[in-house]
Design a protein around this ligand. Structure first.
Ligand code: CA
Length: 226
């Protein structure tokens, strides 16, 4: 199904996951260090990378940054503990999803398929426009009235998510789950802060909203300004 690169220093885990993923039809290559993983990611151009964060030579987050500088390959990070702040930081740094150890090959396979499905969907259905706002998912460009908006990756994802559901109230919980990929826990404040930055970039405020309308106690919706 997919060419998966597994970067994991624990031999037992690496062997079990390699076998489990192969049993499910994936081609798997693996490395036990970050630097060798980077080399393989560039040489073999895998469809997806599964990255353990506790590696002997480099911090996994550091490897993710190095990888992101040269490649947009989807990355699922494997963390040893469910440390929410760390997970949010990694997702902001460009990880596409995460799994918390211990996890099974079946669970990893489900995540792999979900991430690849999202990528495929984003390739086919890539642009949305509301009013003078236009977002292109493929090039990750956003413009307002023809002027490019300078958005961070997270701001872009959040705006794209809202713009794909015009007029629909989206809860902060849903944004944390779908944009931050934090399925439980997570702080509403994270969403509030990004929302306020986004508003500033769109030239509006909570007091004088245009596109981003807060629905008190429920969430936020993106509308075409009247
Ligand atoms: Ca490890």
């Amino acid at each position: 199904m997919a060419n998966v690169l597994l970067v994991e220093d624990d031999t037992t885990i690496r062997t079990a996951l390699t076998r489990g993923l192969r049993d499910r039809g994936h081609a798997v290559s693996s490395s036990h260090t970050a630097l060798d993983g980077l080399r393989l990611a560039l040489a073999e151009r895998p469809d997806l990378v599964v990255l353990d964060l506790g590696l002997p030579d480099l911090d996994g987050a550091e490897m993710l940054r190095m990888l992101r500088a040269v490649s947009r390959v989807p990355v699922i990070v494997a963390t040893a503990r469910d440390d929410e702040a760390e997970v949010v930081r990694l997702l902001d740094a460009g990880a596409d999803d995460y799994v918390v150890k211990p996890f099974s090959a079946a669970q990893l396979d489900a995540r792999v398929r979900a991430v690849l499905r999202r990528m495929a969907e984003s390739r086919t259905d890539s642009s949305v426009s509301i009013g003078d706002l236009r977002l292109d998912l493929r090039s990750r460009e956003a413009t307002l009235d023809g002027t490019p908006l300078d958005l961070t990756p997270r701001e872009f994802d959040m705006l794209y998510y809202l713009a794909s559901r015009p007029g629909e109230v989206v809860t902060k919980r849903e944004l944390l789950t779908e944009v931050w990929l934090v399925p439980y826990g997570g702080a509403d404040k994270t969403v509030d802060v990004h929302l306020s930055w986004l508003r500033r970039k769109l030239g509006e405020s909570a007091q004088n909203p245009r596109y981003l309308q807060t629905v008190r106690g429920v969430g936020v919706k993106l509308v075409e300004p009247s």
